[in-house]
Design a protein. Structure first.
Length: 105
C-alpha cells in the first residue's frame, strides 16, 4: 500500500519539517520508492523466527576487567594527579554539575 500525500504530510509535520507542495510531491515519490525497495523482504517466511531486540543478544557486560598490562608504561597516581586543580584522595575533584548545593563532589 503506497504512502499518500496525507501520510507524508503527517510524517513531515510530526518531524517538524515544513514542505511546500512541490517538496511534498517529491518526498512522497521518494518515500514510496524506499518502501518498494523493502518489498523483497515480504517473500521470506518469517513467522517462526524469534525477533532480535539487541545485536549482542543476552550479553550483559562486554567490558574486560581493568588490568595493568606490564608491557604498557602507566603513569603513577601522583604523576596523573600532579596538575589537577584539586584532588580528593585518588580522584580529581571537580565542581558538581548535579544538585542544588553548588559544592564540589
Amino acid at each position: 500500500m503506497p504512502l499518500t500525500r496525507n501520510d507524508v504530510a503527517a510524517i513531515a509535520d510530526y518531524a517538524r519539517i515544513a514542505l511546500d507542495d512541490d517538496e511534498l510531491t517529491a518526498m512522497c515519490d521518494y518515500m514510496n520508492e524506499a518502501v518498494d525497495l523493502l518489498e523483497p523482504i515480504l517473500e521470506y517466511e518469517l513467522g517462526a523466527i524469534e525477533p532480535t531486540y539487541h545485536p549482542i543478544g543476552g550479553l550483559s557486560n562486554v567490558m574486560s576487567a581493568d588490568e595493568v598490562d606490564s608491557d604498557v608504561r602507566a603513569l603513577s597516581l601522583d604523576d596523573a594527579l600532579k596538575n589537577a586543580g584539586a584532588r580528593e584522595g585518588r580522584n580529581f575533584r571537580v565542581p558538581s554539575i548535579l544538585g542544588d548545593d553548588g559544592g564540589d563532589r
